[in-house]
Write a protein that binds this ligand. Structure first.
Ligand SMILES: C[S@@+](CC[C@H](N)C(=O)[O-])C[C@H]1O[C@@H](n2cnc3c(N)ncnc32)[C@H](O)[C@@H]1O
Length: 192
């Protein structure tokens, strides 16, 4: 299964058929005022590394994880300062209380959420954006398992300090129109 995913994504990146954004996501730019002044960051399912590179330029040491070595090779070519890890996030382990910032853009794996809670340091910043079930109106063929339910993201991190939350349609710089949920939230200083 993981090998199939890796092959599929490698092919997409190789052919250029995946229309990856070539600049940091707008939500990451919106998060600038809340970003700490450097530290350790983790980019889950990093892709071509534009978000990770943005954080390295702001003084972060960034680990970017992705199952596609083609994406990671391209990321490293343009952004050698990123620490790229080729791994399947279905089976991935990191120590607790390690990251000041965690990015999770356009990759929905619900089992990661409890890990993300652990991996973030107290007061660490979580930035997530991915598609919601509203996408079915535009693309009925998308498997609903990979789409967020209304308010799901906000409710999942209800114990965090929610700095920004919204759901709706967006177009970003020529990418296809998408229904997304966006979250910027801070892990509590003391986690129960
Ligand atoms: C839609 S792209 C998003 C890339 C990037 N986060 C962005 O915002 O442009 C999804 C990414 O998830 C990666 N991916 C898919 N399954 C994965 C898995 N099981 N473990 C790690 N990465 C995975 C793909 O290789 C791809 O780069």
């Amino acid at each position: 299964m993981a090998q199939t995913d890796a092959n599929r994504w490698n092919d997409r990146y190789q052919e250029g058929s995946y229309l990856a954004l070539r600049e940091p996501r707008a939500l990451l730019l919106e998060a600038c005022d809340w970003l700490p002044a450097g530290g350790f960051a983790l980019d889950l399912a990093m892709g071509l590394g534009y978000n990770a590179a943005f954080l390295t330029q702001r003084g972060f040491t960034v680990i970017g994880v992705d199952i596609s070595f083609v994406a990671l090779q391209k990321a490293k070519t343009f952004h050698p300062q990123i620490l790229a890890v080729c791994a399947d996030l279905e089976a991935f382990f990191l120590p607790a209380n390690t990251f000041d910032v965690v990015l999770n853009f356009y990759f929905l794996q619900r089992s990661l959420w409890k890990e993300v809670r652990k991996w973030l340091k107290p007061h660490g910043l979580l930035i997530v954006e991915t598609m919601t079930v509203e996408m079915k109106a535009l693309k009925p063929e998308i498997d609903e398992r990979y789409l967020l339910q209304p308010n799901e993201l906000k409710e999942t991190f209800a114990d965090f300090e929610i700095l920004l939350y919204r759901e709706g349609w967006q177009d970003q710089n020529g990418e296809r129109r998408r229904a997304v949920a966006s979250l910027i939230a801070r892990k509590p200083k003391v986690c129960t």
